[in-house]
Design a protein around this ligand. Structure first.
Ligand code: MG
Length: 395
């Protein structure tokens, strides 16, 4: 079998409420959908987050084409080595989402050809349902409290709230409101996205301790692991590495520094699903759980991660997804969004061969048009944030 063409389509899907974080504000998300065509008529699906922009993803995909077109999609390892070693794309960073989309499409083809859902190619079902957190958008304390209540009523077990974009007192009010609305049983996870210096982080962790946080994600810079270990050593609130754990090499360094209690992993951040499985194995050997991170994704990338999570034991915590924010999705059944598709915070592992999801052509057309006409509000580049928060740490 040979890959004959890559077809990339940027789409923009609105959120029902803005996502606000330490780096700015987004009114929706942009993803680049990838259709990989073959000479045997089987098409594989992939998806790349527009991180840092759809133009970068499209440019990387064009750059990969000479390495990918003509290759056998069933030889996934060989193709990725060809991209990394022959193509010198191995310093993954902003090239990673596009590479992951290519790799995902190969797995989708492999699953379709073998008649198996991806979960069966990655170890089989360790779990039948995968748990995700309910993403509570940072808003007024009243808004946060109401959303926490809605999450609890919907059966979610973990809520996630971005903090770090405002004064600590404002963040404390939001966390208190979330705890009040969601109730004592809810896991409350917060993510300051590196906004704090070590001293500010310790002050914040002390102040937030009474709200019984499940995890605090990346409180300080992800590029200074002794600093993370310093904070971890002075607080009993469990820390989740994220910006510090982009790639397998980063994750190994986090483990070596004892800098976190749990490790974020993401196929879009480190070149594909095989690498995410490797990441989980490395962290399992160190006795740590992993959490699937997301840059914001639709049903194709969500399904890709879900299959591997379902086949991998140490994804023990609720994972990141955007169902609570998304108004819609581009796959049939709107698999990844909106929130109504989640039962008790969980998604079922799709049964069909490969990823088990199919693009909804009408929705792809609609959201591709939205990307062309109004994607400025959906990018990672919030012009307002340039005025208010041009440097890290912010506190
Ligand atoms: Mg994060």
């Amino acid at each position: 079998m040979r890959i004959t063409a890559l077809r990339a389509t940027p789409v923009a899907v609105p959120y029902r409420t803005d996502e606000v974080w330490a780096f700015g504000r987004r009114a929706g998300l942009v993803s680049v959908l990838l259709e990989m065509e073959t000479d045997e008529g089987v098409t594989g699906l992939g998806e790349a987050a527009a991180y840092p922009s759809a133009d970068v993803v499209l440019s990387v995909l064009r750059g990969l084409e000479p390495l990918v077109v003509g290759a056998d999609p069933l030889r996934v390892e060989a193709l990725i080595q060809r991209i990394d070693v022959v193509g010198t794309w191995h310093h993954v960073g902003h090239s990673s989402p596009a590479i992951a989309a290519v790799e995902t499409a190969c797995w989708d083809i492999l699953g379709k050809v073998s008649g198996q859902p991806l979960v069966n190619l990655f170890g089989g079902r360790f779990r039948d349902r995968v748990e995700y957190f309910h993403y509570v958008a940072a808003a007024s304390p009243e808004g946060v409290r109401d959303e926490g209540r809605r999450a609890a009523e919907a059966g979610a077990r973990v809520c996630y709230l971005k903090i770090g974009a405002d004064e600590l007192a404002t963040d404390i009010d939001r966390v208190a409101a979330l705890r009040e609305g969601a109730g004592p049983e809810m896991g409350v996870r917060v993510d300051p996205n590196e906004a704090w210096s070590p001293g500010a982080a310790l002050r914040a962790l002390r102040a937030l301790r009474e709200y019984d946080l499940e995890l605090v994600e990346q409180p300080v810079s992800g590029r200074n692991l002794p600093e993370m270990a310093y904070v971890r050593g002075r607080s009993d609130v469990p820390l989740l590495a994220n910006e510090a754990s982009w790639t397998r090499a980063d994750q190994l360094a986090v483990l070596q520094h004892g800098a976190a209690d749990a490790i974020s992993v993401d196929h879009q951040m480190d070149g594909g699903l095989l690498n995410m499985k490797r990441s989980a194995g490395m962290c399992a050997a160190a006795g740590l759980p992993v959490v699937k991170h997301s840059l914001g994704e639709l049903g194709v990338a969500l399904a890709a991660g879900l299959h591997v999570i379902a086949a991998t034991p140490n994804f023990r915590c609720a994972n990141q997804a955007y169902g609570a924010l998304l108004t819609d999705d581009v796959v049939i059944g709107a698999f990844g969004g909106p929130a109504a598709n989640y039962r008790d915070g969980c998604l079922e592992v799709p049964d069909g061969p490969g990823l088990g999801v199919t693009l909804d052509a009408d929705k792809v057309a609609r959201y591709a048009e939205l990307y062309r006409s109004g994607a400025a509000e959906y990018t990672f580049h919030d012009p307002e944030a340039l005025r208010t928060a041009p440097a890290l740490p912010k506190r």
